[in-house]
Design a protein around this ligand. Structure first.
Ligand code: UDP
Ligand code: GLC
Ligand code: MN
Length: 332
């Protein structure tokens, strides 16, 4: 197993927090594989020291950036050109097989069985399921593949401006060639998907092994109240983060990662995102990441029309619980 590793990437100190939580979550679930983090040159010294405590290898790499503003702005994520840096993972040829995981993923169970899969295995992207999401994928390090990927970037570019666009056009037969390369969605459950298909989440969500905080707002952009153990609200699009997983992320961060950061940072300032609220008797709900918007007062005719147009109010009037209540009352 010494020649197999989980690999993640953090080009800056914020994403490094994500990498720390991911590393800790892999260890907590007793992985037998090595843990490797790729870092950019600007990651601070104390952050590197914490990473050394959690990972077997901390490898500094040059930052690769697509600089492709045109495509990145389509995704509304100008920051993601830098994800080309991910391609460096193919240079880790001291390993025969690896699983790459984004720094914004959290492991909920042992996932060592992923090493039984072949390159390039990945789960469908929730936005376009004939593409794979490049937040979790199985690959075989190879200088040859790395070279070919770079050539591909130079010649063809990336249709999303980030690594996922390149990888999907390079491994272009993923959707059709070999079903064993389709990882089940439970290995890369994006919080976005929870809201777009809530009944499926109710049915299968408990099987999730990896949650992916895909999207602009990351767990570390919130503030955590260590006393009430709650995540403070954040002015954000409410569709992206699921409160229970967000809370799990913060609990792991505050109990297992923050103490390591405090050790390494000593007196030097750093942003932990943790606050100890003064009111011990705080009765605010445990997690209040978002409040579902109050349902607009519309007539049942309008509501029927919206439903028929596919505009169900999943989190409100047409929520799973409401539908179930209605069915139960009919059955009674
Ligand atoms: N990443 C990084 N620095 C950045 C942006 C991204 O190190 O400034 C890495 C990190 O591992 C991150 C991955 O690239 O998880 C992909 O970016 P992100 O997760 O933000 O994309 P999303 O999954 O939200 O599309
Ligand atoms: C995606 C993936 C992420 C990737 C980004 C840019 O949404 O989740 O891993 O880096 O797109 O291609
Ligand atoms: Mn991600």
């Amino acid at each position: 197993m010494a020649d197999q590793a989980f690999v993640t990437l953090a080009t800056n100190d914020n994403y490094a927090k994500g990498a720390m939580v991911l590393g800790k979550s892999l260890r907590n679930h007793n992985t037998s594989r090595k843990l490797v983090v790729l870092i950019g040159p600007h990651v601070a010294e104390p952050t590197r020291d914490v990473l050394h405590k959690l990972f077997d290898e901390v490898v500094q790499v040059d930052v690769l950036d697509s600089g492709d503003m045109a495509h990145l702005s389509l995704m509304k994520r100008p920051d993601l050109g830098i994800t080309f840096t991910k391609l460096h993972c193919w240079n880790l040829t001291q390993y025969s097989k690896c699983v790459f995981m984004d720094a914004d993923t959290l492991v909920l169970a042992n996932i060592d069985e992923l090493f039984e899969r072949e390159e390039l295995s990945a789960a469908p992207d929730p936005g376009w399921p004939d593409c794979f999401n490049s937040g979790v994928f199985v690959f075989r390090p190879s200088k040859d593949t790395y070279g070919k990927l770079l050539t591909h970037c130079e010649e063809k570019g990336s249709f999303d401006g980030g690594d996922q666009g390149v990888l999907n056009s390079y491994y272009s037969d993923w959707a059709t060639a070999d079903i064993s390369k389709h990882l089940p969605f439970i290995y890369n459950l994006s919080s976005i998907a929870i809201y777009s298909y809530l009944p499926a989440f109710k049915q299968y969500g408990h099987e999730a092994k990896v949650v992916h905080f895909l999207g602009k707002v990351k767990p570390w952009n919130h503030t955590f109240d260590t006393k009430s153990k709650s995540v403070k609200g954040h002015s954000q699009d409410p569709s992206t983060l699921h409160p229970d997983y967000l809370l799990q992320w913060w609990e792991l961060f505050s109990t297992s990662v923050l103490p390591l950061m405090k050790e390494e940072y000593g007196d030097k300032p750093f942003h932990s995102g943790c606050e100890a609220g003064e009111d011990v008797h705080d009765v605010t709900p445990k997690v209040h990441v978002f409040q579902p918007p109050a349902p607009p007062q519309i007539s049942s005719q309008q509501r029927k029309q919206q439903w028929e147009q596919g505009q169900a109010d999943y989190m409100g009037m047409d929520s799973f619980d409401n539908i179930q209540r209605k069915l139960d009352s009919f059955l009674k």
